[in-house]
Design a protein around this ligand. Structure first.
Ligand code: PLP
Length: 467
């Protein structure tokens, strides 16, 4: 493809994307294809001869688009959001255009330095503890996802708890990990990957009203493990659980971790970015105890997937656990000790220039724009919760401090399951479900940048009609 052809097709692609956003609302939120439909609509074998780019775009419309669930649709209320925005798309395009690989500072200094700067900016925007800034022993790095963040936190915690031996001789002692029953499944996945074993994962009970971790139970579990000669190594607290946005009491969990010598990781994958609003800064309570922290701008801060901001208060254990330096990566900058090599902060060696899209978002919106984005969604969710509350057929089953509302028809599960499947079949909205205290519960998560008050009104109208 020549530069001239790239210019032409590039404009077509940008137009395609802008058109997509303009007609998004008219598309059914959920893809309705059956398994195998997308593949069957496309040639089974690769072309022998190069094809016009117009054919690719035509197939995108014909065969790919029907198989897309439209996460940016204003009626997308499922899971947690995965925000996209024009400035972020442009940042990602620039990253693809540069095609730089930033495994070492030396392989493209700007890839590293812009990432460090952007993550320092984010500590200011979210009012995170100064320990997470890069100008002390700590610092931030962009991981692909919150799942990778908890995995590297665990590996760092194992390194610290074993004085470096976990990486050399395997696990020298029996290490234990603690998290609540409502923690994200990525904690168990990390425990399995790191070889800790699920028999060493302790699931702490929940308080039924708040759905957050019962601190007394955590204390008892840790004491029992200490008495049995095990090594409490990592506690994962969640700030905004996936099921209900419950907040574990980090300020009370922190001192327990400190006295047991356990690493405290705070997983704020969805909720953390809401701290851009001063009135929501309570979500950071207790963070000064955290050894590591992660939040996903790719969920709710207008940044395209993937972008998880991961911070450590002291990077020594992380780098100690993950740094392997073969001859072919040796270079003067690394040896000077004056630079960050982010390959030592993550599982893969190579890394793309993800900071560009976050940088573009922070610059385009400014903190006031980001605050407006979060506040708008919180307000819409609170309005929705009021409507649900006022209808006696329904109950709200968990606190809803941000933009997720968990609700159900009073009584048996079955009418709730039916309501959800009818709602989602209509093409206008998409909600997901969870279980709260055993009961089948609908989750409505406001988070698409396109969602406005009228979309919530329409969703509530549909819910009432179908209930
Ligand atoms: N932690 C929490 C609290 C989440 O809600 C989620 C996803 O919803 C995750 C972790 C996993 O996120 P990721 O897809 O970035 O791994």
């Amino acid at each position: 493809m020549s530069a001239e052809q790239f210019r032409r097709h590039g404009r077509e692609v940008v137009d395609w994307i802008a058109d997509y956003y303009e007609r998004l609302e008219s598309l059914p939120v959920l893809s309705t294809v059956a398994p195998g439909d997308v593949r069957a609509a496309l040639p089974a074998h690769p072309p022998e001869h190069g094809q016009p780019f117009a054919d690719v775009l035509a197939d995108l419309d014909r065969a790919v688009l029907p198989g897309i669930t439209h996460w940016q649709h204003p009626g997308f209320f499922g899971y947690f959001p995965a925000n996209a925005s024009y400035p972020s798309i442009l940042g990602d395009l620039l990253s693809a255009g540069l095609g730089a690989q930033g495994m070492l500072w030396a392989t493209s200094p700007a890839v590293t330095e812009l990432e460090t700067l952007t993550l320092d900016w984010l500590t200011e925007l979210l009012d995170l503890p100064a320990a997470f800034r890069s100008d002390g022993p700590g610092g931030g790095v962009i991981q692909d996802t919150a799942s990778s963040a908890v995995l590297v936190a665990l590996v760092a915690a194992l390194h610290r708890a074993s004085a470096g031996k976990s990486g050399q001789t395997g696990m020298p002692q029996r290490h234990t990990v603690y998290t609540s029953q409502a923690a994200h499944s990525s904690v168990e996945k990390a425990v399995r990957i790191a070889g800790v074993g699920t028999d060493n994962l302790r699931l702490v009970d929940l308080d039924p009203a708040s759905q957050s971790m019962r601190v007394e139970h955590l204390r008892r579990l840790i004491e029992a493990d200490l008495a049995a000669g095990r090594v409490p190594t990592l506690v994962v607290a969640t700030a905004g659980t996936t099921s209900t946005t419950a907040f574990d009491p980090v300020a009370r969990i922190g001192p327990i971790c400190a006295s047991a010598g356990a690493w405290l990781h705070v997983d704020a994958a969805y909720a953390g970015v809401a701290a851009v609003c001063p009135e929501l800064r309570w979500i950071n309570d207790g963070l000064s105890y955290a050894d590591s922290y992660s939040t996903n701008p790719h969920k709710w801060l207008l940044t395209n997937f993937d972008c998880d901001a991961f911070y450590v208060a002291d990077r020594a254990a992380l780098i100690g656990a993950l740094s392997v330096l073969p001859e072919y990566l040796r270079n003067a900058a690394t040896e000077s000790g004056a630079v960050i090599d982010y390959r030592d902060w993550q599982v893969p060696l190579g890394r793309r220039f993800r900071a560009l899209k976050l940088w573009c978002v922070l610059r385009w919106y400014g903190s006031e724009g980001l605050r407006a984005h979060i506040r708008g969604h919180v307000r819409l969710a609170q309005d929705f919760a009021e409507w649900v509350q006022a209808d006696e057929r329904f109950e709200i089953v968990a606190p809803h401090p941000l933009s997720l509302v968990c609700f159900r028809l009073r009584g048996a599960d079955e009418p709730n399951e039916k309501l959800l499947s009818q709602l989602n079949a209509g093409g206008k909205v998409f909600l997901t479900h969870t279980r709260v205290n055993g009961g089948y519960t609908l989750r409505l998560a406001v988070g698409s940048p396109a969602t406005q008050a009228r979309h919530l009104e329409e969703a509530w109208q549909l819910i009432r009609e179908l209930a």
